[in-house]
Design a protein around this ligand. Structure first.
Ligand code: SAM
Ligand code: SF4
Length: 332
């Protein structure tokens, strides 16, 4: 289950948010900590949710984040609870998050070059993100996973050095294909960097071989990484770590997808690309029982689309018809 804690964010990644930000939800519209705990409880106890990922917007901008995680942990001592964050301010909060019961963390990091980072996120915060990644590791929030979106002509050629950097530190880097979920509607099928290109970009320095562990519904296809030696790319060298590629557009995994999403204002989305949303929070606030809420949730999930259809968009076809919400407003 992916649950968004807020639609607000302190970065403006070009593939997600417009420079001027979005019109934020009002405080009353967003789920309270108590409502979140109740909704997660229904997911776990009545619908078989086995893993929770907190996301946003930027979860760290939510003032009661540590309390929410503490309450979730108290209610579900064994539930794996992870969080996806841009890492800004994580250096100050990592220890408290761990103590409250957060299991693990994913940090988004698209570039190690200050200028490129600032161009992509429209904020000069690279140092703060790097401090956040280190602090998360030191606080015991590992294995730390890093998410990178490659943008043509901006950070695509940096991909091998980003991978080398992550491998040296024991972080698992995952490249995510850019999806048509930017508020600026700038995505085009022709211009996005595909998984095939990512493998090609990495192949100059690294040899990738399929990770023998089962994928088990995970969005990332994992590869073991070895350094390419002189000419042939010695396939027997030591494994330096793994890299993941999330090829949502060109190699979709819809038929294996087991995710359910709750937006910050308590709407159920059965898919990132759903055009239908179901208001769970409204029903909860009207006094519905846990069983009624579970039923609404289940009904919504039965309508999960079979596939998103993006991979059928021809290179020269008009752009995929984007959902109205941006990634930040869904909860990526
Ligand atoms: N603010 C947090 C962060 O950036 O990690 C959490 C929310 S963010 C929407 C979650 C993930 O979605 C990030 O790793 C981000 O890179 C990714 N993302 C955002 N827009 C995307 C897009 N259009 N295509 C692919 N990934 C995207
Ligand atoms: Fe904010 Fe995350 Fe979207 Fe970047 S990807 S603008 S950090 S929500």
């Amino acid at each position: 289950m992916r649950l968004s804690l807020t639609d607000k964010c302190n970065l403006r990644c070009t593939y997600c948010m417009p420079a001027e930000g979005l019109e934020w939800l009002s405080k009353q519209a967003v789920m309270t900590g108590e409502e979140i705990v109740r909704i997660v409880g229904i997911g776990v106890h009545l619908l078989g949710v086995r893993e929770l990922r907190l996301t946003g917007g930027e979860p760290l901008v939510r003032a009661d984040l540590v309390d929410i995680i503490g309450a979730l942990r108290q209610a579900h001592p064994e539930l794996p609870i992870s969080m996806t964050t841009n890492g800004v301010g994580l250096d100050r909060k990592a220890t408290a998050l761990k103590a409250a019961g957060l299991t693990r963390i994913n940090v988004s990091l698209d570039s190690l070059h200050e200028e490129t980072f600032t161009k992509l996120t429209r904020r000069p915060f690279l140092d703060r993100v790097l401090a956040g990644v280190d602090a998360a590791w030191a606080a015991g929030l590992g294995p730390v996973k890093l998410n990178a979106v490659l943008m043509r002509g901006i950070n695509d050629t940096e991909s091998p050095s980003l991978l080398a950097w992550a491998l040296e530190r024991g972080y698992e880097l995952r490249f995510i294909e850019q999806m048509p979920l930017d508020a600026d509607h700038g995505w085009t099928r022709r211009n996005m960097i595909t998984a095939a290109e990512i493998r090609e970009l990495l192949s100059g320095e690294f040899v990738l071989s399929p990770d023998p562990r089962a994928r088990d519904g995970a969005p990332a296809e994992r590869f073991e990484v070895r350094r390419r030696t002189a000419s042939s790319g010695d396939p027997h060298g030591p494994v330096l770590g793994t890299v993941g590629i999330i090829a949502s557009v060109t190699e979709p995994f819809c038929s294996d997808c087991r995710r359910t999403r709750i937006t910050a204002e308590g709407k159920i989305m059965s898919c990132l690309f759903s055009r239908e949303e179901f208001d769970l929070l409204g029903l909860l606030r009207q006094g519905a029982s846990d069983e009624q809420l579970a039923e609404r949730w289940q009904d919504a999930m039965w309508l999960k689309p079979k596939a998103h259809g993006m991979d059928h968009v021809g290179l020269d076809a008009p752009d995929f018809v984007q959902p109205d919400r941006s990634m930040s407003a869904i909860g990526g």
